[in-house]
Design a protein around this ligand. Sequence first.
Ligand code: TMP
Length: 210
Amino acid sequence: MTRGRFITIEGGEGVGKTTNVDLVRQVLEEHGCDVLTTREPGGTPLAEEIRAVLLGPRDEVVDPMAETLLVFAARAQHVATVIEPALIAGRWVLCERFTDSTFAYQAGGRGVDAQVVAQLAEYAHPGLWPDLTLYLDAPPEAAMPRIAKRSLDRFERERQAFFERVRQAYATRARDELQIVRIDAGRELAAVQRDIVGAVKRFLVARDDP
Ligand code: TMP
């Protein structure tokens, strides 16, 4: 059985990750891939409970390391019980957010040492990194109005400066990591989707997968 591939979709708030998961899934399925879609934090009952703990607004200030460890607790469970078994079974896993979000939000946004994030990642998902990451990039001021109508979670309530740091950290990752493809998500949806489809098809051809 050939191991499946691991694809992630990343980006700040309101850049259209959820909308585009369906599109990527469709392209992969047309190519004959058996696709599992999932998300982080979450993807298992325990990890979804941790998600609720992380996202729920609260009066107490959350310590950045406590936040980081909660994210990785959810991720370890998700990888061990959902992602790895699916990859081993030959399925393609399409995940909304993964450890690049931790580099962006906890390292970039909260100031946790990026090397500590890298070390925790090696404990939580040894040897597992995405084969392809679609990074949807848009300036926070362009994306935030798209979420303005939702009731805001603990992250969405952060100030503009926080989202600027998150974006900066994503930009650094996108520069340093070859599997990350940056897509300008500040444009009209049709143009964004054309680029997403192009990136996925190039990946499929380069991999020469069925
Ligand atoms: P979303 O998946 O609906 O965008 O919301 C998840 C929120 O959790 C988002 O604001 C980013 C945040 N988050 C982190 O801070 N670190 C992480 O590692 C992940 C996966 C998400």
